[in-house]
Design a protein around this ligand. Structure first.
Ligand SMILES: Cc1cc2nc3c(=O)[nH]c(=O)nc-3n(C[C@H](O)[C@H](O)[C@H](O)COP(=O)(O)OP(=O)(O)OC[C@H]3O[C@@H](n4cnc5c(N)ncnc54)[C@H](O)[C@@H]3O)c2cc1C
Length: 403
């Protein structure tokens, strides 16, 4: 699309990744019924329209989608399509290498069929984007927001496709790496975990039975999530720098190293998919809202993937933002009205704080190599098996229904 005339929209969503595209889908009723003008700007070409299929949000990863997120996608009318490639998580198994303690959280104890589902990101992307194609919104892709400036009544966005937009509300869902947040003077608190996650898909020789494994090792946590068939998604954390050795291994050597680290709970590790790696940090934006602006998803909070919470947390942000917009629009407010946005931020604060404390706390607790502490952790994991209410609280958090 090429357009040099300045155009006004009610809402501009910067980034059509997991979070930006989900927000656009959640806005469907307002676009359809109330004529809300929405623009989505996504820098990377979509796989179907590009010879280079890499798209940062919808790459080879698979995401653990909590029960609460499933309920949200159901409300957006997208769950039945997502479910086509979703594998249920029936049990979460948490253990520490070299220690006898292990905790198991079962779906049936909570009276639910599944604690969550694992869905390939590429499939989530396909479902979201196919839905967006049916909506009457401005879809700028591939187009990058090159500059953003505050002006009366909102922000002005200049796009790499030549478009010039003014938006009453701009939602930054750009993953936080584009420099736009910084250009607006929004600071972030960032601390590196000095770890890198290596992700890939592995084929296993025994049926996984819907078990998601979280195994803490001295080098960092390792997660194996159930996928359709006898395949699992591996998220294997390494101390920063050491992942290069692992990435460079021949497939057979990589599988042997994984077998040594994880053991044989799922039998033999057989085939391996493509490997990707992600440096891990905890990043939080210090000013998630200001007049005419809201920051969402990784741009607002990038977490350690240990507990599979980042996207689930962001999706709760999406529904809270839509709820605040609905309330504000009904009162005749502009979508960028600061009191509406503060209402949204007020709803988010506690949830965000709790999830960050939970996932960051896990990393710090299991990252401390002290004999006394590791005995306490083992006792804690065993104790967790015996204490019903605590286990249920943990399971509810994993399901995204405990805030
Ligand atoms: C290894 C790993 C495993 C994970 N597993 C889970 C899990 O199991 N469950 C879970 O809930 N979470 C998980 N997460 C977290 C989850 O992936 C993130 O929360 C999610 O990707 C955030 O999505 P986003 O849309 O905010 O950002 P991104 O995924 O980074 O997307 C941002 C989008 O904005 C676009 N963009 C950037 N700059 C511009 C610009 N200037 N103009 C226009 N477009 C732009 C990019 O092209 C991109 O498409 C995991 C993360 C990692 C690293």
């Amino acid at each position: 699309m090429s357009d040099s005339v300045q155009r006004s929209v009610d809402i501009a969503i910067v980034g059509g990744g997991l979070v930006g595209a989900s927000l656009a889908c959640a806005l469907t009723p307002y676009i359809d019924r109330h004529g809300l003008e929405v623009a989505v700007i996504e820098a990377a070409p979509l796989p179907s329209t590009s010879a280079t299929p890499y798209q940062p949000s919808f790459d080879a990863r698979a995401s653990a989608i909590a029960l609460g997120s499933q309920q949200r996608f159901t409300a957006f009318g997208l769950w039945s399509a997502l479910a086509e490639h979703a594998e249920p998580i029936r049990t979460i198994h948490v253990s520490e290498r070299g220690r006898w303690g292990a905790a198991r959280l079962h779906a049936h104890e909570l009276g639910v069929d599944a604690l969550g589902h694992v869905i390939p990101n590429a499939w989530i992307g396909r479902v979201l984007h196919q839905h967006l194609e049916r909506l009457s919104l401005q879809w700028h892709c591939p187009a990058r927001v090159e500059s953003i400036t505050a002006q009366a009544g909102g922000h002005r966005l200049v796009l790499s496709d030549g478009s010039d937009l003014t938006a009453a509300l701009t939602v930054l869902a750009d993953g936080g790496r584009s420099g736009l947040k910084e250009a607006l003077g929004i600071d972030s608190q960032a601390s590196s975990y000095e770890q890198t996650a290596v992700i890939t898909t592995v084929e296993v020789s025994r049926p996984h039975g819907g078990v998601a494994y979280e195994r803490f090792t001295p080098a960092g946590p390792l997660a194996l999530l159930p996928l359709r068939g006898q395949r699992m998604e591996l998220v294997w954390t390494h101390p920063q720098g050491s992942e290069q050795g692992r990435l460079g291994l021949a497939d057979g050597d990589f599988l042997a190293a994984l077998q040594r680290t994880f053991g044989d709970r799922v039998g033999r590790f057989r085939r391996l998919g493509q490997r990707h790696h992600y440096p891990l940090s905890l990043v939080t934006a210090e000013e998630p809202v200001r007049p005419g602006l809201a920051v969402l998803g990784n741009a607002a909070h990038a977490l350690h993937p240990v507990a599979g919470q980042g996207f689930n947390l962001a999706l709760r942000g999406v529904t809270d933002l839509v709820a605040a917009l609905e309330h504000g629009l009904a009162r005749g407010q502009s979508p960028g009205d600061i009191s509406l946005l503060k209402d949204f931020e007020h709803r988010r604060m506690v949830d965000r704080h709790n999830v960050i404390r939970f996932s960051d706390g896990l990393i710090r607790l299991f990252g401390i190599d002290h004999p006394l502490l590791s005995h306490a952790r083992a006792a804690g994991l065993v104790g967790l098996n015996m204490v019903g209410p605590l286990r249920r609280t943990l399971a509810r958090r994993a399901m995204g229904i405990e805030r």
